[in-house]
Ligand binder design. Structure first.
Ligand code: TYD
Ligand code: MG
Length: 446
């Protein structure tokens, strides 16, 4: 029986389709030998499996190679491991190539670029002020050729960088460059190379906000670590986090600022807060732990009467569905109906908060905007909010509270002193100066 495989996404089927049912491309299904009929395995006789007690197996402590950037090492789990394959994803222009040049400046690197010429890479290195003495460069993109050359010179290199995986191709695959079948084949060959020769490989993958599912996403299970480089291009802050890490945790983040001279590491936990302690309604400071490190963010919420039949919910920097859930919790527990209000939520600094400890602060900022009452700027909110309105203890809550105190927050609200969202009625600290400016308009204070 004939067997058809899509040259774009690798979908297989016994019947031919003009349009691939999986990826939707036209005329990509080509006839291939039917591997399910491959009889070579059928001849193999029954074989018992060999079993070893796990405690008899010696653990292998692989030494790590530290990069030139502490924040990058932190996310990797203390540097990269020989033979590790890392997928580094991010939107185009976010700074992936810059990060690589800065991080690998002291490491023997084979840098394959399908995005830029040698001159461009050299110019950037000069601009960044990094000497790339141990950098080898190539613009050649056939993956079999890359693997062959890298294998020959494996003693002289510690890492191979493919910038980007969407630009390399396998000579044995029909699909166009960057098609899913090309991406998978190239990645498989490079993973094999890394494991056989104990040379690490970094695959850079472009993702776009809309197209995240296609492309690099499909490579995640082949690699050891997936690092996402994120941030808004309009803001200078960049975060790197691991969404998968076989050689470390996934809870650490690295923080950078993009400057004229490249990426600068940031270790100040208050970096995302503005200096001025202004008193606008709708603003709350939250304390979260990203990894083991406390960080503080400003959440801004704007609640304005809507003119639409279905009110708008516009969310940036926070999980959209989580915001809807918190609005439902507010409605039920504080009896505030927000149906006739448009609600906009933003996290200052162009970053997105993944931690659930920011829930309480989001509700505080919402109430503050709704009531048009600023929150005392020395207040800090830490807490996850459950469906029933209960405040849950956050990871590393004590640590965030201690750090918050050290940094001068006077009124700290967390599961220690707030049991339910209902308590916010009594607890939201009103900024004194506004009470004076506009005592009548504040109405009944929540
Ligand atoms: P780049 O590393 O090329 O992004 P990617 O590889 O993810 O596509 O970074 C491109 C952006 O970074 C570009 O818009 C200019 C900016 N940039 C700086 O602001 N300062 C610098 O020192 C460098 C090298 C780049
Ligand atoms: Mg680049």
């Amino acid at each position: 029986m004939a067997f058809f495989v899509c040259s774009n996404c690798g979908f297989g089927s016994v019947s031919w389709y003009g349009k691939c049912p999986d990826c939707g491309k036209w005329n990509t299904l080509k006839e291939r030998p039917d591997f399910s009929k491959d009889s070579s395995r059928k001849k193999e006789s029954l074989k018992k499996i060999s079993i070893t007690p796990l405690k008899k197996i010696k653990s292998q402590v692989k030494s790590r190679i530290k990069t030139g950037i502490f924040e990058f090492d932190r996310v990797l789990g203390g540097g990269f491991v020989p033979g590790e394959v890392i997928l580094l994803t991010g939107e185009p222009g976010i700074g992936k190539s810059t990060l690589i040049l800065q991080a690998l400046k002291k490491i023997r690197t084979l840098y394959i670029s399908g995005e830029e010429s040698g001159e461009q890479v050299k110019n950037r290195a000069d601009r960044l002020g990094v000497d790339l003495d141990d950098f080898l460069f190539s613009n050649d993109l056939q993956v079999e050729g890359i693997v062959e050359s890298a294998t020959e010179m494996k003693e002289g290199i510690d890492i191979v960088v493919i910038d980007s995986i969407q630009t390399v191709y396998s000579k044995d695959i029909e699909g166009a460059t960057a098609s899913i079948s090309q991406l998978k084949e190239a990645t498989k060959l490079l993973v094999n190379f890394a494991k056989r020769n104990s040379v690490a490989v970094i695959l850079i993958g472009h993702i776009t906000k809309e197209g995240e599912i296609a492309g690099p996403k499909s490579l995640e299970h082949f690699v050891d670590a997936v690092l996402n480089f994120e941030g808004e291009k309009i803001s200078n802050y960049r975060l790197i986090r691991a969404s998968k890490n076989r050689f470390g945790g996934t809870d650490e983040i690295g923080i950078f600022e993009m400057t004229e001279k490249g990426l600068k590491e940031i270790d100040n936990p208050l970096v995302f807060l503005e200096d001025k302690k202004s008193l606008e309604p709708g603003k709350a400071i939250v304390g979260v732990s990203e990894g083991k490190r406390p960080l503080f963010f400003e959440i801004q919420t704007l609640a304005v009467p809507t003119v639409l039949a279905v009110p708008r919910r516009v969310v940036k920097g926070f999980d959209y569905n989580k915001v809807l859930l918190l609005l439902a919790v507010v409605r039920k527990n504080l009896n505030l109906s927000l149906d006739s209000f448009d609600i906009y939520v933003n996290v200052v600094g162009g970053v997105s908060i993944k931690s659930t400890s920011a829930d309480l602060g989001l509700i505080a900022s919402l109430i503050s905007s709704f009531r048009n009452i600023p929150i005392d700027p020395s207040s800090l909110f830490i807490g996850e909010v459950g469906l029933l309105g209960e405040i849950r203890k956050s990871f590393f809550e004590e640590k965030i509270v201690a750090e918050g105190k050290r940094l001068g927050f006077k009124k700290i609200f967390s599961s220690r002193n707030v049991v339910s969202v209902k308590d916010l009625k009594n607890f939201i600290p009103i900024a004194k100066s506004t009470m004076k400016i506009n005592p009548s308009k504040s109405g009944k204070i929540i």
